[in-house]
Design a protein around this ligand. Structure first.
Ligand code: SF4
Length: 209
């Protein structure tokens, strides 16, 4: 698939793509939303994050949180006990190792317990405006394979490298954000909506999945 054409079509469709996680204003809050969203939907997180973020705002707030006060606020999210502990541990790590400031580098962010490369990329892009890689989640994996940008590849790190070698660096953030939305709403896992898809004239998998 021609990358220039792909980006052109995506830009026409997604003029201002961004995360669907809401209610956060600080990087610490965004990291917490990302932790909560693992194997949960953004909507489920948004339902509880308003109240949660009224109480906790900074790295320090989360690092000092009492687990028994935090747990009830996140209890509607799956694995909430594990996630509550992870929220406190991750913020304690930022406080103790980075003086409470989020570092602007993937290599440092992935040192935070519970933060892998995908989460680090999302945090950097959405909360800090820095693109050092491409977010590879389940949507990006599926859509990239269907578009033929990668072939039969499911390993996130390999996919990211392959995509980074094809997509210009100044488009990494846009590509991540737009493909996540495209996978969530159009190129769905079970029933891709090829009829409505703006990429259907270019996509090698159009009407074949
Ligand atoms: S044409 Fe179909 S398979 Fe290809 S990206 Fe669009 S929805 Fe997905």
């Amino acid at each position: 698939m021609n990358i220039e054409k792909l980006l052109d079509l995506l830009h026409k469709e997604y003029t201002n793509p961004k995360t669907e996680l809401e209610n956060w204003t600080t990087t610490a809050q965004f990291m917490v939303a990302v932790i909560l969203s693992a194997q949960a939907t953004d909507k489920q997180v948004n339902k509880i994050s308003n109240k949660l973020f009224e109480k906790y705002r900074s790295v320090d707030d989360f690092a000092k949180a009492d687990i028994f006060e935090l747990e009830p606020l996140v209890s509607s999210i799956n694995y909430y006990k594990t996630k509550a502990k992870r929220i406190i541990d991750a913020n304690k790590f930022v406080k103790e190792n980075f003086k409470g400031e989020f570092p602007g580098s993937i290599d440092k962010l992935i040192k935070i317990p519970g933060i892998g490369r995908k989460s680090a990329n999302v945090i950097l892009q959405e909360a800090m405006g820095i693109a050092q890689g491409i977010v590879v989640d389940t949507h990006v994996t599926r859509v990239s394979n269907r578009l033929g940008l990668v072939k039969g590849e499911e390993n996130a790190e390999k996919i990211e490298k392959l995509l980074m070698s094809q997509i210009p660096g100044n488009e990494w953030k846009f590509f991540s954000q737009s493909i996540v939305l495209h996978g969530r709403y159009i190129c769905k896992a079970k029933k891709p909506n090829c009829t409505e898809c703006i990429l259907n004239k270019e996509c090698p998998s159009a009407f074949k999945v």
